[in-house]
Design a protein. Structure first.
Length: 334
C-alpha cells in the first residue's frame, strides 16, 4: 500500500503520512551526530567527523571571503557566500559595503575583505557554518542540500540588517529557513531537503538560543538536543546529566527562571557533556580530536552584544577529551 504513495510529497497515504518526508528524516538518522547545548555564558555545538579518506585534500579557500554583487535599484552591496570561522581575535564583518575595483557579478572578480588575516589561522568546517554575526548552524545530512538553505539564511539575515539596521531576531531567521523547507514538501516535482539543522544564536531580547529543524519544516527550541545517528541514546544521556540532576522532584514545578539558569552548565562543562554524548553515540570508536569538532559561541567581554564564533583547535579538543576520560575513570574507581 505504501508504494502507491511514497513517490510524491504532495499525496498523503491513507494513514495520513508523507512517506518522502519520512525517508528524508531516515537519511538524517544515518548521518554524523550533532549535539547542541545551551550554557550560562554561551552555547556549544559538537559534531562527529567522519573521515572518508586520508587522501582527501583540505579546503583551499581559508582566508578569503567571496562576495557576490547583488544589485538593488539605488545601490550595490556585497554579500559573503562563504564565511570561514576564525579565531576570536579576528573581526570579520558580515558584509562589506566597499565598492569593488570594477562593477561585476563574478565571484572571481570581487574584492576580498581586507580584515581577513593573511596567515593560515582560519579553521574551516564542513559541519559548522556561520550565518551572520550572531548566528551559526550545524548540519546533519546531505551537505549539498544544506548549502542551498545556508545561502537562504545568510541572504535573509543580510537583507534584514540592511533594511532595518539591526540584527535579525534569531527565531525569525530560523522560521524563514523552515518556511523554505516546508515549501519543498507541498509542491509537485520537488523533493524534501535531506538535512536537519541545529541553529544557535544570540539576540538582546532572549539571549542565547538553540533550535532544531527537520525536513518537514518544523522547528523547536531546546536547552540541549542531539540529531543524527543514535540520537535517542544521546538524548537519554542529556536528560540524565544536563543541569546536574538525574531526576526531578515535585518542587521543580515551582522553580523560577533564575533557578533554571543556575542549574545550566557553563561553557566548559557543556563542552565536556557534549564529548560524553559523542562518545556514547559514535560507533564504538576511540575518541580523538580528529573525529570530533567542538564549536562555541560566547559574548565578547569588551564589546557589548558582539558574539565570538570559535571552532576549537585539535589541541584544545584533545584536552577536553582527556578531561572527560579522567572524570569517567575517577567515577569508575569510586
Amino acid at each position: 500500500m505504501a508504494r502507491r504513495y511514497d513517490s510524491s510529497t504532495t499525496t498523503f497515504s491513507p494513514e495520513g503520512r508523507l512517506h518522502q518526508v519520512e525517508y528524508a528524516i531516515e537519511a538524517i538518522n544515518n548521518a554524523g551526530t550533532c549535539v547542541g547545548i545551551l550554557a550560562k555564558d554561551g552555547v556549544v555545538m559538537a559534531t562527529e567527523r567522519r573521515v572518508t579518506s586520508g587522501l582527501l585534500a583540505p579546503a583551499k579557500v581559508r582566508n578569503l571571503i567571496i562576495s557576490v554583487a547583488l544589485t538593488f535599484p539605488t545601490c550595490s552591496w556585497y554579500f559573503p557566500t562563504r564565511i570561514d570561522l576564525v579565531p576570536e581575535t579576528t573581526d570579520i564583518p558580515f558584509w562589506s559595503f566597499r565598492k569593488p575595483k570594477q562593477h561585476t557579478h563574478s565571484v572571481h572578480d570581487a574584492e576580498p575583505c581586507s580584515s581577513v588575516p593573511s596567515d593560515n589561522q582560519c579553521l574551516t568546517s564542513d559541519k559548522t557554518y556561520k550565518l551572520c554575526s550572531h548566528a551559526a548552524c550545524t548540519v546533519a545530512g546531505l551537505t549539498a542540500d544544506a548549502n542551498i538553505l545556508i545561502d537562504q539564511a545568510r541572504l535573509r539575515a543580510g537583507r534584514y540588517e540592511y533594511q532595518y539596521q539591526e540584527p535579525i531576531p534569531m527565531e525569525q531567521l530560523v522560521e524563514h529557513v523552515c518556511n523554505y523547507k516546508q515549501a519543498y514538501t507541498q509542491y509537485g516535482g520537488l523533493r524534501p531537503f535531506g538535512v536537519a539543522f541545529l541553529f544557535v544564536g544570540y539576540d538582546a531580547a532572549h539571549g542565547f538560543q538553540l533550535y532544531q529543524s527537520d525536513p518537514s519544516g518544523n522547528y523547536s527550541g531546546w536547552k540541549a538536543t542531539v540529531i543524527g545517528s543514535n540520537n535517542n541514546a544521546g538524548k537519554s544521556l542529556l536528560k540524565t546529566e544536563y543541569g546536574g540532576s538525574s531526576s526531578s522532584s515535585p518542587d521543580d514545578a515551582m522553580s523560577t527562571d533564575e533557578d533554571a539558569d543556575a542549574s545550566m552548565p557553563d561553557v566548559a562543562e557543556a563542552l565536556r557533556l557534549a564529548v560524553k554524548v559523542l562518545n556514547k553515540t559514535m560507533d564504538g570508536t576511540a575518541p580523538s580530536s580528529e573525529k570530533m569538532e567542538l564549536f562555541t559561541m560566547t559574548l565578547d567581554e569588551n564589546e557589548k552584544g558582539r558574539c565570538i564564533h570559535r571552532i576549537l583547535p585539535a589541541a584544545e579538543v584533545q584536552k577536553v577529551i582527556d578531561e572527560v576520560e579522567s572524570e569517567t575513570a575517577a567515577a569508575g574507581d569510586s
